[in-house]
Design a protein. Sequence first.
Length: 285
Amino acid sequence: MSKNSINLDLVSDVKILSQKCSLIRKAEKSIAFVPTMGGLHKGHLSLIEKAQSLGDISVVSIFVNPMQFGPKEDFKIYPRQNKEDISMLDSRDVDILYVPEEDLIYPKNFQTNISVSQLENKLCGKFRPSHFQGVATIVAKLLIQIMPHYVVFGEKDYQQLAIIKQLVMDLNIPTNVIGCPTVREKDGLAMSSRNIFLNSKEREIAPNLFYQLQKVSNAVKNGENINIICEQSIEELQKIGFTSVDYIKVCDQRNLQELKHITSHARVFGAVRLNSTRLIDNLFI
C-alpha cells in the first residue's frame, strides 16, 4: 500500500519495508520501532511516544501473530480494529505503519521456531506452552526486516520484555531494547487490548489483581514470608471472584527465578482469569 489521504505511510510488503528502512539508515537517521497486535490503547500510545523521543523515524507494526496463540486461546476474536488504529497512529504523527499479511510473515513450508529456553517456561510459559516461542520468532523476524536502532516494549508483559532482551543479546541483533512503565486505568487495572472482553461485573473485579500485587509487595518489604503471603493473595483473589489464579509469585526480574527472600531485583508477578479473559500484571518491589 502507498500513502492514502493520511500522512501515515502504510506498508504491507516486507521488501518495500526493508528498502525504506535501509534508506533511512543510509541517511544516518535512527529508527525506533513499536511492535503491536493492534487494538491500540493509551498503553500503546505511551510506547509510541517513547519511540518518537528516541528515534528520528517511528515505525509501528500491527500483526496478530497466530504463532503465539494456543489452540484454545482467543486468536479468532482478538481485537482487530485497523481503521481506528490507523487513524490513531496518523494523528500521533507515526511515520511508517507496517501491516503485513500472514502469508508474507509465515509463507508456505515455514519451519523455523526460536526458543529462549531458560526464560520461556517460567510464569506464563507454564500455562501457555509455545507462546513465547511464537513471540520470539515474530519479534526476531520483525527486527531483521526493520533493523531498528530501538525497539520499545511495555513492562506489563515483563516476561516478554525479558525474553526479547535475551534474544537480542544472544543473536547479536544490533538494536536497543527499551522497557516502558505499565499504563493503568484510574482504578489501577493495567491497560490491555483484552480488557474489552470484560463484562461490567468482571471489570469491577479486575483491578483487584493490582491491589493484591501491591499488598504482596508491601508485605514482603516488611519482612513477611514470601511463600505465605503469595498463597494468601491467591486465596483472596479466588474469594473476590476470579475464575482462577494461574500464579502470584515473587521473582528476580533479571532471570525470572522465584525468590525466597527479597532482593534489590525483586518483582511480583500475577496472572488470573475472569471466565475466558486472562489478565497479567507485575510490580517492582
